[in-house]
Write a protein that binds this ligand. Sequence first.
Ligand code: PMP
Length: 400
Amino acid sequence: MAIKFAKRMEDLKASEIRELLKLTEKPEVISFAGGLPAPELFPVEEMKEISKIVLDESGTQALQYSTTEGFPPLREQIAKRMNSKNKTNVTKDDILITNGSQQGLDFAGKAFLDEGDIVLCESPSYIGAINAFKAYRPKFIEVPTDKNGMIMEELEKILETTENIKMIYVIPDFQNPTGRTWPLERRKKFMEIINKYEIPVIEDNPYGELRFEGESLPSLKSMDKKGLVIFLGTFSKIFCPGYRIGWTCASQKILSKFIFIKQGADLQASTISQREVSKFIDLYDLDKHVEKLKEVYERRRDLMLETMKTEFPEGIEYTHPEGGLFTWVELPSHLDSRVIMQDCLKNDVAYVPGGSFFPNGGKENCFRLNYSNMPDNRIIEGIKRLGEVLKQHMIVKENI
Ligand code: PMP
């Protein structure tokens, strides 16, 4: 019997990149591919103690079902944190706890997209969001970017001439994959445009707190006067991704739809995870923990960029992220990072080829490097290996 899947499955094929990335999981590979935090910085001992406290104090509640919106004290803590870090003015009632911010991306797709609707995003954009939205069969329009993120004139041109744009997906802080950040002026201009066109915006902000240099900037959500911005936050990068605790902050009109979707998806986020994260924030200093992460990530960023400066051949450009986990490398336009990746894997070093970050494809001369996950000595060794492979590819072309 031929099994007939839903039409939406046609666009959801296992990508060749996923197959490539499986090879990077071998321990001998120095992988700059994943977006993983440094595991040695997870507060394992503290969480052993916390899980005992949670079970001692409230074991029967912690192991029980709980409300779809999430654990009220955690939602309070998140609202307070957002108001201080993201300059918003929100309360716990504006927060829904989700299974990572990834779930918020899926919910946004479910809430806003019918087949053929248009999503605008930065070019390039986060592959996990592109894939989550694809399940709802939209068309993507990629808004051109420069070193300061999305270009507002280009956005306006698209908005003026395109119908049926249902949402705009952006990562203004230390973007995945480029590491770029939108300056204040651009944020203000963006909100001016959005208020005119009144289109929902997904502001995805997993990295905002990981700023190593420069001034922290107000979120788009903090400038949202019309309830159009849906802010997605997460504890994955400032604490631990294993708990899968993220959140959506949005106006009641939108949040109530997300809550309804959450009921259908999985009823609620894990009760015990929510209580453990909340207890950690109560008993320890999360800001101090984030400071520790920033110190390590900044050093690793510097090590990576300094080693790239000496080990990469001429003619290669890369970003200088002021925070977050990634730098983005652009090769001369004739080079294909998927092809080069095959040689990298032979030398036990890996990155994510850039093509998959463009929903409409077509740009293969770039790749993403992560600097948070590998220890210092492996960063230096890995970049040296990568530099050797790149030199070979640059020379081959020059000799043709
Ligand atoms: N958005 C962006 C831009 C990300 O980079 C990630 C994780 N890599 C996520 C969302 C999802 O994170 P989580 O579900 O762990 O909160």
